[in-house]
Design a protein around this ligand. Structure first.
Ligand code: GLN
Length: 599
């Protein structure tokens, strides 16, 4: 097993995660099998309890792990499936060591950061690196390890110490350290400044880690004098200094690395020279480039609670991008704060209310994502009502689906007090209820997390067709509450259709309105399994409907499945209602407004 460590210096938010993912992808393109580990030096045992506003979204894995959003980047770039153990936190390591100490496993020794914590970190890395993540048997060839935070952080010190020991343990030729740093350009002089990077590398060396490769974030390519200084002061050969300059979208990063021969520098360090193929990134290049040329817009209103930080809905944005690129549309996301749509806001801040409604009314599609807590629920409810009544394509995810069901019960069935027991525990009309898979009395650990199976109830519905008429699908979940099975018959009689259920038939997984252009609610989170080139079918259908193209392909019997090229073919072979579509399709269009495509 070979290891590539990615650390960060100078400032946070440099795009270390995307760099690590891009390195992984580049190595895969050279024919290697790659896995990835993210180290988060915070004390939380996992990301499950962290607010999306503080730390970005909580990413959910097949095994139910609630992890850092960088694992989502790895899964998307490398098309792999990770486990919860691929995310190491200080909390997890200390918990493991303290449990061992309580069992008496340290035989009376004083338990210390060095060697006990540092040993535990190394054992963990080695164990997890050997778990296959690409569906093939046996361990990967290379494990990319990303250390979160910035060199100099107090929390990351035990990890750097452990990684220094680890590099020594696995030996030269098996360990390559890449340091991602910032080279700022001062406006006054317009000169690329290398000093922050020099200091950062010195800090890293001081803690026992020697970087082999420097990846410098800068607005433009590093000039020769800056490169020379870095090489001289950081003791790193010039060919191992890469510039990650600004690019139109993040899919260009692997190409940037390839063009600067980062793979060759890594292979030299890892003694893999001559043992791999030239990187094959044809498909990836085509997608990155076509994405820059997209121009025909599709405007999506994202009606959420955490609209102040786009990372809160990172996977949703990515899934929207994947689907839009699939339809050759330029994605424009309008962030609508759910509370701004509420009548209360109309009284207090009329401008915000007016602006929010203007965005909603200008949208080609309305998306209501998942969430917890009752803030903004009324606003989401009116957004759903607007989409349903005006036949605007709608996608409701998790809480978004629950709200769609409540809105239907209230407006169509006339059950004006239909509610979720999450927000109104004593409601007389519990349409959404707490349905734990395990204990009903203990809240802790009652979340329904990870991959669960959904069985289609009919093949004659939009979602079944979009999923390729499979009889069942596996998607990831993260929720406690569900549609009350006792009210399903009433809702169905009134025209709502529960087209996907779990194996018991008691849990409603997919809801659709058959006579609407696209009105789909899903209890699961399809965004977590969306990939570039393989968009999530429900997102693909949503964007297709929002740009008016879905009907043109919807006669197909095989569906689009998970394969975008099949979808594209179906579309080309189909009989588009407007001839212009064909030309548009051939020309391509869509960038994403910076949304979801930043570093
Ligand atoms: N709060 C809702 C529940 O627990 C929805 C969760 C979500 O949207 N992820 O069921």
């Amino acid at each position: 097993m070979k290891y590539v460590l990615v650390t960060g210096g100078v400032v946070s938010g440099l795009g270390k995660g995307v760099t690590a993912s891009s390195i992984g992808l580049l190595l895969q393109a050279c024919g290697l099998r790659v896995t990835a580990i993210k180290i988060d030096p915070y004390l939380n045992t996992d990301a499950g309890t962290m607010s999306p506003i503080e730390h970005g979204e909580v990413f959910v894995l097949d095994d139910g792990g609630e992890v850092d959003l960088d694992l989502g980047n790895y899964e998307r770039f490398m098309d792999i499936k990770l486990t919860r153990d691929n995310n190491i936190t200080t909390g997890k390591i200390y918990q493991y060591v303290i449990e061992k100490e309580r069992r008496g496993d340290y035989l009376g020794k004083t338990v210390q950061v060095v060697p006990h914590i540092t040993d535990a970190i190394q054992e963990w890395i080695e164990r997890v690196a050997h778990i296959p993540v690409d569906g093939k048997a046996g361990p990967a060839d290379v494990c990319v390890i990303e250390l979160g935070g910035t060199i100099g952080d107090i929390e990351s010190m035990p990890f750097i110490q452990a990684l220094g020991q680890f590099s020594y343990r696995v030996g030269a030729g098996n360990f390559c350290a890449v340091h991602v740093s910032l080279v700022p350009v001062l406006n006054v002089v317009g000169e690329q400044k290398t000093k922050p990077t020099q200091h950062s590398v010195r800090g890293l060396r001081g803690q026992g880690l020697t970087p082999h490769i420097l990846a410098c974030r800068s607005t433009t390519v590093l000039d020769e004098s800056a490169k020379g200084k870095l090489s001289q002061f950081c003791l790193i050969p010039g060919e191992n200094i890469i510039t990650l300059y600004d690019v139109p979208n993040i899919w260009h990063i692997p190409l940037l690395l390839r063009d600067q021969k980062a793979h060759e520098a890594i292979f030299k360090v890892l003694n893999l020279k001559g043992m791999t193929q030239e990187p094959d990134l044809k498909e990836w290049t085509r997608r990155a480039e076509s994405c820059d040329m997209l121009h025909e817009p599709v405007r999506i209103a994202l009606v959420g609670k955490y609209t102040c930080l786009s990372d809160s809905y990172l996977s949703i944005l990515k899934a929207l991008v994947h689907a839009s690129v699939g339809w050759h549309q330029k994605l424009l996301v309008d962030w609508v704060s759910a509370t701004d749509l509420e009548e209360e806001t109309a009284k207090e801040n009329h401008d915000a209310y007016k602006a929010a409604w203007k965005l909603l009314k200008g949208a080609d599609g309305v998306l209501v994502p998942g969430g917890f807590g009752d803030r903004g629920v009324q606003g989401k409810m009116v957004a759903v009502k607007y989409a349903r009544e005006n036949r605007i394509p709608f996608l409701g995810i998790c809480l978004g689906m629950q709200i769609a069901v409540l809105e239907f019960a209230r407006s169509v069935l006339g059950v004006h007090d239909a509610a979720s027991t999450e927000f109104d525990p004593k409601t007389k009309s519990p349409y959404v209820i707490f349905m734990p898979e395990g204990s009903k009395t203990h809240m802790g650990g009652t979340m329904r997390l990870g991959s669960r199976r959904t069985f289609f109830q009919t093949k004659e519905c939009k979602t079944a067709k979009l999923y390729g008429c499979k009889s069942f699908i596996d998607e990831r979940h993260r929720h406690r509450y569900e549609v009350n099975p006792d009210v399903v018959a009433r809702l169905e009689n009134a025209g709502l259709s529960f087209t996907g259920k779990d194996e018991t038939g008691q849990r409603m997984e997919i809801v659709e309105l058959p006579n609407h252009p696209y009105f789909v609610g899903v209890q699961f989170h399809p965004e977590f399994k969306s990939r570039p080139g393989k968009p999530s079918p429900v997102f693909f259908g949503f964007i297709g409907a929002a740009c008016g193209k879905l009907d043109a392909v919807h006669h197909y019997s095989n569906g689009v499945g998970n394969d975008i090229s099949a979808a594209a073919k179906t579309y080309q072979n189909g009989t588009p209602t407007k001839p212009a579509f064909r030309a548009e399709y051939a020309n391509g269009n869509c960038n994403g407004n910076g949304n979801g495509l930043h570093y």
